[in-house]
Design a protein around this ligand. Sequence first.
Ligand SMILES: Cc1ncc(COP(=O)(O)O)c(C=O)c1O
Length: 438
Amino acid sequence: MARSPTLPTVSHGEGSYVFDSTGKRYIDGSGGPAVFCLGHSHPEVNEAIKQQLDRIAHGYRYTFTSDPLIRLTKLIQSGTGTGFENVLYVSSGSEATESALKIALQYHHARGERGRTRFIARQRSYHGNTLGALAVSGFSQRRRQFEGSLFPCSFVSSANVYRPALEGNEAELSAFLADELEQEIQRLGPEKVAAFIFEPVVGAAGGVVPAPMGYAERVRKVCTKHGVLLIADEVMCGAGRCGTWRALEPDNVTPDIMMVAKGLGGGYIPLGATLYSDAIGRLIAEADGPVNSGHTFTGHTLACAAAAAIQEIIVRDQLIERVRAQGKDLRQLVADHVGHLDAVGDIRGRGYFLGVELVSDRDRKQAFDPALELTEVVRRRTLEAGLICYPVSGTIDGVSGDVVIIAPPYNASSGELEEIAEKLALGLQLALADIKAA
Ligand SMILES: Cc1ncc(COP(=O)(O)O)c(C=O)c1O
């Protein structure tokens, strides 16, 4: 992507703050797109990276394993609990999705069910920007130029309580959505369906959308009934962001395959991972040999060393517990500062992962005219106010819908959380005044 000439030039970071080359300071209220879970330039993480680099940057996967990789795998598995005995490391969330799709296909191939090649995903979802990951993403803005080259995928309704596919309570909505998934499996023929892929809490495509109560449990049952694998994309919402290591943990649901990325490496060195069960790993190994995925930098030693340092600090300082305990306070803080604005239609999310949906008419949940480009105005005005947040657009249908994502570092102080809420209020007020004057 071409760099916009209007972007400030980053200089350095310090904890929850980022500085540009003019010396202007920004509080990081979103970690870019929910990445920097420990803030910036953490001295212990930097030291771990330097020490590893002084030894070796990378031991190639078919020649060596490494202590950082072994340590990180143990840390991940103590976070996830059982069901994730295999960890395939890659360098991004998109690559993690590619591997998840391939593992699902290889699993069915190994079982002799070679007709299971179809995937089902949801509208308003995002699983990555490579062709395979994009093919299963319900994200029209990013698919547009590539339609025709993307493999076929079915898209069922998004699981959105604020903009529900069916009016009713959360349990009724969950039942409706699970039925819709089952109908699609039946329409395609269960013997043709490899997996259903979903984000337990939708990130950029919907603007932080947690599913209605009972949803995950219901789709788990539908998938099990039809031999369809359940793939949970926790690239954005996982690794503690929602107050538990796995976002699906409170739902008591274990997917067959899961991806993590952003919070795993905390933005220091690119890293993603695809996790899958012992049962899947064994079946593939016995019938077909090793999982046929991975890249040159799979299990990159330096990336694993950085991520292991991050995960060790998170455990030592009980930061996921902190996110869980303070998530409600953060939401309240945001509600106290911006909830009174007429344009704030919904404040939602879990832990340190919040979405503020902006509407032109609160009662009718009417979105702003996309021609106003509210998201861009919010991005500019919040930056001016000294806040990094993550405004996303087209969240309703790929064209309209504006949501501001707030995802602070897990170790942000209470004062810093308050500053984020204050600057969000200031930036939003300025942006809304601009829109009114336009
Ligand atoms: C849920 C989800 N999956 C996959 C991806 C792709 O990750 P990456 O940008 O690291 O390739 C993203 C990125 O935003 C994401 O939010």
